[in-house]
Design a protein around this ligand. Structure first.
Ligand code: ADQ
Length: 468
């Protein structure tokens, strides 16, 4: 079996316990341990003129290689091009898109630096799996240095439609970079269509069945690999929370009221102001729910180095304060707003107690919280998932109440529908969602991607032959 090499910006330390590391990190670590492998990424440290030489250590069958970056390059790469340009672009936020040539150059420099640092650690038959928009040019840089082995890329965030993608000054170079991978994985069929349409209409490439693409002299495959969760772990954690001290504390704090929960990184793609506004509309138009329902929004801070995120934090504090100021009673606060992370077991306990799971991003690659909420429910008395149609998860979780996050009053109606939904309908909707969450787990996702990457493009259709 070929060795697996994973590349991602952040590398989950082997010391981080499963309960804290998150489903994706745990699944990748497992895949690496099974085959033996290498996990390569940024060390989290900067150093002026950092040499392309990673710090290496081993834990079990996994080797970790962590590379330092020059501080100017790191800023241009991470806060600049990755999170100031690509993140807003891929989330359809053209108003927030900033493009500077110096960031684009820094982004490329970091990818070149990473490729130079990684290359000496690679064996010719390794399978290299690159994660996310920080590293789109990595395969092209590895190829320049002579690596001809299999390299795949998974894009965790949405791929925008051509009209939006064309706003990026470096669009052609970026898609050319993608063509140096053997396999490009996206979250949904919608994302696949968006990229293939760009390739055929703008880049003058050709498309064959099974997502096989020809672009200039390169042949590669584009396919959807919707990411899943470790469903079993959430089922177990949620079941274990029954009768726990945490559950008792939560229940006593609610004093018999209904709980609605939202769990999102504090990010403008997650539609938090829209969610707060919708909750305000619920309390305004459906006064029977006042004093009866509490929305707990857990929103750990992220990317504080980007100005837009700091502005969002202030906006939410204002909006949340206004709702509580207007509707709170001396014994009830409508909105509980928490800016910190919690262990998975605590999240599972909160999900299970919540009658409503409110997942309403303006745009999201998948959204794992939606799946975690479903997995944590009590099958006999499940809660209702309210889900934005713009989350990748909407393709799979068809039992959710689908909403448009731009329509605050429509969302308030959906809150009311969920709060008054009969038990039979709740069970039926939950079963539809749970079937999907249990089948398409994170482990299956990993296996599928690695299996597809292990095949050559030619295995995916004679169609390729006929076009050569
Ligand atoms: P994110 O934008 O981070 O991921 P999401 O898919 O919801 O979004 O994953 C967040 C994860 O962080 C969840 O597992 C959640 O439990 C955890 N989390 C959030 N708040 C937490 C808290 N307060 N305490 C502890 N854990 C918390 C990106 C893309 C998504 C895509 C994923 C995976 O933006 O669209 O689904 O990658 O591909």
């Amino acid at each position: 079996m070929a060795r697996l090499v994973i590349v991602s910006n952040r590398v989950a330390s082997p010391r981080e316990r499963a309960a804290k590391a998150g489903g994706l990190a745990v699944a990748l670590r497992e895949a690496l341990s099974q085959r033996g492998g290498l996990w390569f990424g940024w060390s989290g440290e900067t150093q002026v003129g950092a040499a392309a030489k990673p710090k290496i250590f081993r834990s079990g069958r996994v080797t970790y290689a962590l590379q330092d970056l020059d501080p100017d390059d790191q800023r241009a790469h991470y806060a600049g091009y990755a999170n100031g340009t690509l993140w807003p672009l891929c989330h359809y936020r053209l108003g927030s898109l900033s493009f500077r040539r110096s960031d684009w150059e820094g982004y490329r420099r970091v990818n070149e630096h990473f490729a130079r640092s990684l290359l000496p650690l690679l064996k010719p038959d390794d399978i290299v799996w690159v994660h996310d928009y920080h590293f789109i040019p990595l395969a092209a840089e590895l190829r320049k240095l002579g690596f001809m082995g299999r390299v795949g890329y998974f894009h965790h965030i949405p791929w925008p439609t051509p009209e939006v993608f064309l706003s990026l000054p470096s669009h052609a170079a970026l898609v050319n970079d993608l063509s140096h991978y053997d396999l490009v994985g996206l979250q949904t069929e919608h994302d696949v269509r968006a990229l293939l349409t760009y390739i055929s209409s703008e880049a003058r490439g050709w498309i064959a069945p099974a997502g096989v693409v020809g672009l200039r002299e390169r042949r590669f495959r584009v396919a959807a690999f919707p990411i899943g969760i470790d469903a079993e772990a959430f089922v177990q954690d949620a079941a274990a929370s029954v009768g726990s001290e945490e559950e008792a504390r939560l229940a006593s704090s609610l004093a018999g009221r209904t709980l609605a929960v939202g769990v999102d990184r504090l990010d403008y793609s997650k539609g938090l102001p829209n969610k707060f506004a919708a909750f305000g509309e619920l309390l305004k138009h459906y006064p029977e729910h006042r004093s009866q329902v509490t929305l707990m929004q857990i929103a750990p801070l992220s990317r504080g180095e980007v100005a837009e995120y700091r502005a969002l934090r202030r906006e939410l504090e204002e909006l949340g304060g206004a709702i509580n100021g207007e509707y709170a009673e001396f014994d009830w606060v409508p909105l509980r707003y928490l800016n910190r992370p919690f262990p998975r077991a605590t999240l599972a306990a909160i999900y299970r107690m919540a009658r409503l799971g409110v997942v309403t991003p303006l745009r999201d690659g998948m959204n794992l919280v939606a799946k975690e909420y479903v997995a944590a429910q009590d099958p006999r008395d499940p809660g209702v998932l309210i889900l934005s149609r713009f989350a990748g998860a909407a393709d799979e979780l068809t039992g959710a109440l689908m909403v448009n996050p731009y329509d605050a009053e429509g969302m308030a109606d959906a809150f009311n529908t969920a709060l008054t939904m009969p038990i039979e309908e709740r069970r039926e909707r939950w079963r539809t969602n749970m079937d999907r969450v249990e089948t398409n787990t994170i482990h299956r996702w990993c296996e599928r991607f690695i299996a597809d990457l292990s095949h050559s493009v030619e295995d995916f259709g004679e169609a390729v032959e006929s076009r050569l």
